[in-house]
Design a protein around this ligand. Structure first.
Ligand code: APR
Ligand code: PHB
Length: 390
């Protein structure tokens, strides 16, 4: 096979890149090691920045997010038994859209199959070669048959555990990492959300989050120990723990029901630099991870592939490699700001047992300051709605 861009990974990064390239008349083939159903079965966050929605529109898949997405003009911070609203719209003139990553993925998959664009699911032994040259290759096996793709560029959209970053010699890459001493236990349930907007709760028993996917589907989380076992958590135990960490006015409105999904996610900050190695580009979770507080993961992945699609358009359309040269640095400048925000929001809202009572008092002082100061609230709001694309 021959294509212009070989995309490894059919998560949101790979699929969105494929759609953006298609819209620009650039050929791409996607190679994914899992099945489409498996990819759709992964439950991830669901808050889209306006710049992400803009990119979905550009990719031709903006219709359903506008019809079914829920526009949120603010969020609630819960602490000390009370609720404190951060009004994004008043502070920044912007808002976010609540629409699950699963739905984004579904829309992109549907558009891709409608346009009959090539996607190889359940590809085994995916490997990349010659990415330092102008003729890189991707090889894989499908149903026991070996395939090779010759291409101009490889887009490594294969997530944190993918093959692309792992194929780069360790000496050529620098990784920055922070692992947090706790995880998030999440439950998805077909119950109406307790509140209109999301609630980020800081409580002495640990952080809790009330999120949602629609008017009839809720997503809730509680901070748990990193080595906790999801099998230990019955639905009832989860609902009890969640309600304990919420202000009474929210707790009494939580509608409980059987969980459709329940899992524990570790929290990590990670950045690999650079993000381009010759003809190989890393994008999304392949290059960086943020802790979920603030829901930046999907938005960062979208911004990366927005820059990458732009670089490809300049390369093929304008015969300019300026965008290719600038790719890594452009992405990283925005990524580090989102890393900082996600780290800060995580540090503010969670219980860090080793920080002791002093740490807890400092957090409370910062929360009081945050909701009392327009400057501090604005800093939260403008990061939450998303920093502008450079
Ligand atoms: N070959 C082919 N595909 C691979 C390989 C491989 N060796 N390794 C991994 N993959 C696939 C995975 O199966 C997955 O479908 O790459 C895809 C990567 O998708 P994601 O992990 O969803 O990453 P990305 O597309 O960058 O999306 C970022 O996902 O993890 C969240 O918080 C993150 O919301 C953000 C978004
Ligand atoms: C989610 O809905 O899963 C979600 C929302 C906001 C976050 C993290 C996760 O900050």
């Amino acid at each position: 096979m021959r294509t212009q861009v070989a995309i490894i990974g059919a998560g949101p990064a790979g699929l969105l890149l494929g759609a953006l390239l298609h819209r620009s008349g650039i050929d791409a083939v996607i190679v994914e090691q899992r099945s489409a159903d498996y990819v759709l079965g992964r439950i991830r966050a669901g808050v889209l920045e306006q710049t992400t929605v803009d990119l979905l529109e550009q990719a031709g898949v903006g219709e359903r997010v506008h019809a079914e997405g829920l526009r949120h003009d603010g969020t609630e911070l819960a602490f000390g038994g009370g609720l404190h609203r951060i009004d994004f719209n008043a502070l920044t003139g912007r808002h976010v859209m609540v629409y699950g990553q699963t739905e984004v993925t579904r829309d992109l998959m549907a558009a891709r199959s409608q346009a009959a664009l090539p996607t190889w699911y359940e590809a085994e032994h995916v490997a990349i070669a010659d990415y330092q040259s102008a003729h890189p290759r991707v090889t894989f096996e499908k149903d026991g048959v070996r395939h090779q793709i010759e291409c101009d560029f490889i887009a490594g959209c294969d997530g944190f555990h993918g093959v692309c970053r792992a194929s780069v010699p360790p000496a050529a890459i620098t990784a920055y990492e922070k692992v947090y001493p706790f995880g998030w236990l999440g439950v998805l349930a077909d119950v109406p959300p307790a509140t209109e907007e999301l609630v980020y709760a800081s409580h002495e028993r640990g952080f809790a989050l009330c999120s949602q996917r629609s008017r009839t589907r809720s997503r809730y989380y509680v901070q748990c120990a990193s080595d906790d076992d999801v099998a230990r958590w019955s639905d009832d135990a989860f609902w009890d723990e969640l309600r304990r960490r919420l202000p009474d006015e929210v707790a009494e409105r939580v509608v409980t029901g059987p969980s459709i999904e329940k899992s524990i996610a570790p929290l990590r900050s990670f950045v690999a630099e650079p993000m381009r190695f010759g003809s190989l580009f890393l994008a999304g979770d392949a290059a960086h991870i943020v802790p979920p507080t603030g829901a930046k993961g999907l938005n960062l992945a979208a911004a990366d592939v927005g820059y990458l699609a732009q670089a490809m358009r300049e390369h093929y359309g304008e015969r300019s490699d300026a965008g290719i040269q600038a790719y890594s640095q452009r992405c990283l400048s925005r990524i580090w700001k989102a890393e900082r925000f996600s780290w800060w929001f995580t540090s503010l809202m969670h219980r860090f047992p080793e920080a002791g009572e002093f740490g807890a008092r400092i957090q409370r002082a910062e929360l009081d300051y945050l909701v009392g100061s327009k400057a501090a609230s604005t800093a939260l709001a403008e990061n939450y709605v998303g920093l502008p694309l450079a």
